[in-house]
Design a protein around this ligand. Structure first.
Ligand SMILES: Cc1ncc(COP(=O)(O)O)c(C=O)c1O
Length: 511
């Protein structure tokens, strides 16, 4: 793969310098040397020696001092990795199946992306912003805009630094367009980031503890597959009943607060909430109600972007025509709030010092090109893309694990499917979804050399956001060997497992 140069026009000394042979020869020399070093990282291993272990512990203590709290995992990288494998500062090597919660879709140290970052670093600006940007920023934003415009009415992409900030911008856009409506509608268990407003909308009590509640939120139940199965009776199917109930629920809110809802935030596949999926018809029915009532349909794709069966999850679900506002982030390296012409706000509403670093903008642009031009997504003739193939491999491995160790998988009281997710968002539910066991398993996996994380609340799931951009089939075998080892440890210390006590599922507002 050739590292595409970032500067397309050549009317300047800057373009001559950045696309010149000195820069490109140096970048090739660096990436060649990188590949030599990466070749030494081929599998999971422990710290290099005792001295490395001790100095790593000291680094961890310093990090705890700097942050005011320890890091969740004892992870401080050495700066070198090879695909799904990453070396830590003590010389140990882990296999990474969570990728900074979905950021590093092409794994660790991808030479093509390192080359793009180096290209970015040759510019005069370390950080680009809304007052001063280079062509790198345009190239990145242009692809986001073009890919969105191909499958929706979204026309513009306003770049920014974090998912939460993209969401803040999206919310302002919705408020301004639908002024004076001041309420928002969101799903139970949604997550939107950690700014003051997003923490209020996000449905986690811990995430908003001590935060004054100034944002008016009405919560809707998310689609529940198990409930839909239970409710199938007579002529009306269970899914239809669940969808009808949700529509009724939404209409209740609209009648209670007429004209007061500025937007409904759709996390089309819930991320932190548990990798919960819904039938497209469910989202569509709710979106139609929003459209009929002048409520903005806002898709929070910060976690889903890039990793389902199309670049945008709304496209994979056939919802492109319905979307007014959308946010992306994580694997795109820079985040963006996208909106239609109709929702394009008045001057003054959106700006920021930072769009992103020149390195991130270049890497983001290259990631987007590779997503667009690769074989990741379902082809127009329905042939599954690489992401769908990996999704199936994950499910097959979990199926084999359940077959081998059925006692590790008691049915959960919520009767969720034991394996789930969509595309590159994959989860499974061991140990009855018990919080203590699932969290202990995350830790045990880390100790075995496998980095993953959890999601959901009662039940808790093991989740992975694997680097599917570079993963190979053989990697799954290693992942599940490490996992089985960690699960054996947890089962022997914390089992036997029973279903936790049922908890009522409720909707309602925070005001
Ligand atoms: C759906 C969703 N929205 C927003 C965010 C916030 O993104 P950030 O952490 O970049 O602010 C996240 C982060 O996990 C997310 O999953």
């Amino acid at each position: 793969m050739t590292p595409a140069t970032t500067t397309k026009t050549k009317h300047s000394f800057g373009a001559e310098f950045r696309s010149g042979s000195a820069v490109n020869t140096a970048i090739t020399a660096i990436t060649d040397d990188l590949k030599k070093h990466q070749a030494k990282i081929t599998g999971v291993r422990g710290p290099r020696d005792d001295a490395a272990r001790v100095s790593f512990e000291a680094l961890m203590e310093q990090f705890a001092l700097v942050r005011g709290r320890p890091l969740l995992y004892p992870y401080i990288g050495s700066g070198l990795g090879n695909g799904p494998f990453v070396e830590l500062a003590d010389g140990s090597v882990k296999m990474d199946m969570i990728c900074g919660i979905g950021v590093h879709f092409f794994g660790h140290g991808d030479p093509d992306l390192v080359a793009a970052a180096l290209q970015g670093a040759t510019g005069d600006l370390t950080m680009q912003g809304h007052l001063m940007a280079n062509e790198d920023a345009l190239a990145c934003g242009k692809i986001i805009r073009e890919e969105a415009a191909r499958c929706s009415n979204l026309k513009h992409a306003f770049l920014g630094g974090s998912g939460a900030m993209a969401n803040e911008n999206a919310l302002k856009v919705c408020y301004q367009k639908n002024e004076p409506a001041s309420r928002v509608i969101a799903f139970n268990h949604c997550f939107m980031g950690r700014s003051t407003t997003m923490a209020q909308i996000g449905d986690s009590a811990g995430g908003r503890q001590g935060i004054p509640l100034s944002t008016l939120v009405d919560y809707m139940p998310f689609y529940d597959h198990a409930m839909a199965r239970r409710m199938s009776a007579g002529d009306i199917s269970g899914p239809t009943r669940v969808i009808d109930m949700a529509v009724w629920h939404l209409e209740q809110y609209i009648q209670r607060y007429p004209g007061q809802h500025a937007s409904f935030i759709f996390e089309l596949v819930q991320g932190e909430g548990g990798f919960n999926t819904a039938l497209p018809e469910f989202h569509h029915a709710l979106m139609e109600v929003c459209k009929a009532n002048g409520i903005a349909v806002w898709a929070d794709e910060v976690q889903t972007f890039g990793r389902t069966d199309r670049m945008f999850c709304f496209d994979a679900l056939g919802l492109g025509d319905m979307i007014d506002v959308c946010c992306i982030g994580k694997m795109s390296q820079v985040c963006a709030a996208l909106f239609t012409d109709e929702y394009n706000p008045k001057p003054g509403l959106l700006s920021a010092t930072f769009m992103g670093s020149s390195g991130a903008l270049n890497v983001g642009r290259r990631v987007l090109e590779r997503l667009r031009d690769g074989d990741f997504y379902t082809a127009p003739d329905g042939t599954p893309g690489r992401i769908a193939k990996h999704h199936k491999m994950f499910r097959d491995h979990v199926g084999a694990l359940i077959g081998k160790h059925p006692d590790w998988f008691p049915a959960n009281h919520r009767v969720v499917d034991l394996v789930g997710g969509f595309g590159g968002m994959v989860r499974f539910t061991p140990f009855g979804g018990r919080k203590d066991a699932v969290l202990a398993l995350c830790k045990a996996c880390f100790e075995e050399g496998l980095i993953l994380f959890y999601c959901g609340h009662d039940p808790y799931h093991i989740r992975m956001l694997p680097p599917l951009g570079i993963m190979e089939e053989k990697h799954w075998t290693t992942v599940f060997e490490l996992l089985e080892r960690a699960m054996t440890k947890i089962a022997s210390t914390m089992g036997p497992f029973e279903s936790p006590t049922p908890r009522p599922i409720h909707a309602g507002g925070n005001h």
